[in-house]
Design a protein around this ligand. Sequence first.
Ligand code: SF4
Ligand code: SF4
Length: 482
Amino acid sequence: MENTMLFWFLIVSDLVFLGMALVLFKESLHEQEARATRIGAFASLAAIMLLAIIIWFPSVRLLLGGVFASAAIFGLAFCIPGPQNRKALKGSMGYQVGEVTRLDESYSVFVRTRGLREGSEQYKTFYETNPELEERDKIRRKKGLLGKLGNVDNGYQPNVAMVHASFDMPEFLGQQAKADPYENTPPAQLTPEKASAIVKNYVKHLGAPLVGICEVNPAWIYSRRGEIHYENWEEWGSEIKDLPKYAVVFLLEMERDHVISAPHTPSVAESAANYAKGAYVSTLLARWFSHMGYRGVAEHSRNYDIILPPLAVDAGLGEIGRQGYLIGPKFGARVRVFATLTDMPLVPDKPISLGVEEFCEKCKKCADSCPSRSIPTGAKTVCRGIEKWKLDEDSCFDYWARVGTDCSICMAICPYSRPNSCFHRFIRWFVANSPLAKLLFPHIDNFIYGKRWKARKVPDWLSYPKRSESEDYPTSLDDRKY
Ligand code: SF4
Ligand code: SF4
């Protein structure tokens, strides 16, 4: 009787093991994860061999029983839930350790590179105060933010043209970013609950899969305007004030089919497409608020008044990872953040904890794969009163200019960016809830998937010609020149 029980315990345990190994194999094959596919295949074979051993060699059943029982106990330990990250649950201010000072937009590398014009008054003013930035900025400005667009793929025209076409859209819409209440339209009388439900469903209907609401924290509003898009230079250096009270923040998914090519042109084509969609959805929503009798301000790449990732954290859409991107549910780091501000009364959402901070502490995959070493490998530091992993934006953007894309390797390699399949949702649930998973999964993930990035194959319609070996851009740690 005891022998029969042991036998069936072993058979069932081994079949569970085989099932898990086959799922890993199938998912990894589909995701082009070569190392994980090999491990899945090897584990499947091992499980099949074990099945034969269990059936044909009764003498080892007791030993195997001990091994499987230990594994089962270990597996059950992952199911013990623990407290969630209290700092994360407080939102963007959960990491406040001092007085939070607002960022002057003119200091952003984006703005320094594509905004300031040599010889202008603004240029003189800025570099008189920051002479140490001038030389490096001059070089970057000469190359352009993305250098020779698509350089990594020899400027492959179909993909590069997609980038240009998409970047034109926010340009067209930027001047419509601010919408006042429409003429003779009194504010609609909706309860905040009803208004929030309509807004969220409307935004989802317009194509944004994830949406949240928060009150605008003044700490994240740029202290002074630095980026000028439509020759309105009189605004340069002016204080940004009088923004509406609420923010509807939404995330657009970056298609994995494109992102896995990072740093090649399909990934920047997808970034650009998202900037176009984000401009469209945020502007449409601003217009909707206007026709409801309220103000609407679209926050997209041609009109930033505020830093968006902390806003998304406050709206319950995720946490900030080591690489400085928002990491949200479902798509992880494969998202772009946009918002529309309004004074229509709405119900704010609550920040969430996904276990990102704990996972990032041990994972470090993005930092190890970053070709310009821009992502810190160590602990968080304090930046303007907030504890965070501080990205070296200068070296990151220098790399962009060399490859001629927005790189995105750190987005592509992040374990949270894997497909939103049952398998990965299951893993993410454990990371969010189990202290043991937070402790061990980053190491297990690094073992199974590896720590180095290699661009994957994209669908045929996006595939770009290979560049000759002799060309001088670095795509891995081995040939970088930084
Ligand atoms: S790759 Fe790892 S360390 Fe980097 S953001 Fe993603 S989870 Fe965090
Ligand atoms: S975008 Fe590329 S260069 Fe910049 S931090 Fe990420 S991996 Fe590094």
